[in-house]
Design a protein around this ligand. Structure first.
Ligand code: 0ZP
Length: 330
């Protein structure tokens, strides 16, 4: 089997991408954020208090003839950015881009933090990290990818995220039309459950490539690219008027400044992030100060290769044993 579905930016700055999915019989359509940095599949639902819903689509298990309560099971998650949610669990038919899993654990929210309530266009998440991170208790549940895997033509899913445009997630196959040239693979450390791997180095603009192993997580659910302070400092040294602002919580610069590109290595291959991706957004609609798409990871304690980096490549998440991740130019 295979599946293929759109990854649609939820706003004009690609803060997140959502993908249409269906749950239940007859199908209820929701727009979910496919997140390789977590492993819970949860949705706004008829169990979510109406005071916490502001325009999101919800899943109503009682309207699905195939839903079943997973008795006595609960979940609770807190993400890196402090947002959180918790609730109970059903199993139901679940499809992404034509690929169906018949008894998928669908975690229904009974409480969501205010940041979720405020984000109208996000109806929940599909965790695509390793199932070891799943928070359902007393028995942890498998991700959509782990459930689908035995039936997939190939044990992979791919992310083709685009700058200010709709991209694709594919399951079970590698679409050679979506990349140019070879895919370079590097090993993944699956413990504790992220897609953790190393970059082989970096360069700023036309500067020399600096070889160094930079370990981090490829995370489709994180907007920006977070790297060690020394690298981020080396980058913004090339940007007129750039400063690390306490007030804005990261590197900002005059929007009119010229930014260099940023290149990262995967083994012997090189991937260049265009300057426009790193000129992330204006601080406010009328401001001439811009916020950087490359930020220091020092506050996070871990490097995160978020969407700003991932959209510069065609990325293969390979669930083979051992797992690996591949990057190709596009
Ligand atoms: C984000 O990137 C936000 C956007 C965001 C947050 C903070 C500052 C920002 C500055 C500029 C631009 C974006 C910023 C994602 C986001 C997008 C759209 C709507 C949102 C509404 C509410 C909240 C967030 C929204 N968040 C990262 C994150 O937590 C920040 C981060 N901090 C990562 C540390 N690490 N991403 C998670 C998925 C999000 C959750 C998806 C909120 C959207 C909704 C995970 O992918 C992160 C992951 C940890 C990481 C080490 C891989 C995680 O928390 N996994 C859960 C496991 C639990 C550990 C067992």
């Amino acid at each position: 089997d295979t599946g293929s579905a759109a990854a649609i930016p939820i706003n004009e700055v690609d803060i997140a991408y959502v993908t249409p999915v269906t749950v239940g019989t007859p199908p209820q359509t929701l727009m979910l954020d496919l997140d390789t940095g977590s492993s819970d599949l949860w949705v706004f639902s008829s169990l979510t208090p109406s005071s916490q819903i502001r325009g999101q689509e919800i899943y109503t298990p009682t309207k699905s003839s195939t839903s079943q309560l997973l008795n006595g099971h609960t979940w609770s998650i807190r993400y890196g950015d402090g947002s959180s949610s918790r609730g109970t669990v059903f199993t139901d038919n679940f499809t992404i881009g034509g690929l169906e899993v018949k008894s998928q654990a669908v975690q229904t929210a009974q409480e969501v933090s205010s940041s979720f309530t405020q984000e109208q266009s996000l109806d929940g998440l599909v965790g695509l990290g390793f199932s070891t991170l799943n928070t359902v208790r007393p028995s942890s549940q498998l991700t959509f990818f782990d459930n689908a895997r035995p039936n997939l033509d190939e044990e992979v899913f791919t992310a083709d995220l685009k700058y200010h445009a709709t991209g694709t997630y594919d399951f079970g196959f590698i679409d050679s039309k979506k990349h140019n040239g070879t895919i370079t693979y590097t090993p993944v450390q699956p413990s504790p459950g992220y897609w953790t791997h190393s970059l082989s180095g970096y360069s700023v603009g036309s500067g020399a490539f600096q070889s160094s192993q930079i370990s981090g997580i490829s995370d489709t659910g994180t907007t920006l690219l977070y790297l060690p302070t020394a690298i981020v400092t080396a980058y913004y040294r090339q940007v007129q008027g750039a400063q690390n602002s306490q007030y804005y919580g990261g590197y900002v610069f005059p929007c009119a400044s010229t930014l260099p590109t940023f290149t990262f290595g995967i083994e012997g291959a090189r991937f260049t992030i265009p300057a426009s991706y790193i000129n992330y957004t204006r601080i406010s609609p009328t401001s001439t100060t811009c916020y950087g798409g490359l930020q220091s990871s020092s506050g996070l304690g871990i490097n995160i290769f978020g969407d700003v980096a991932l959209k510069a490549a065609f990325v293969v998440f390979s669930g083979t044993n051992p797992p690996r991740i591949g990057f190709a130019p596009k």
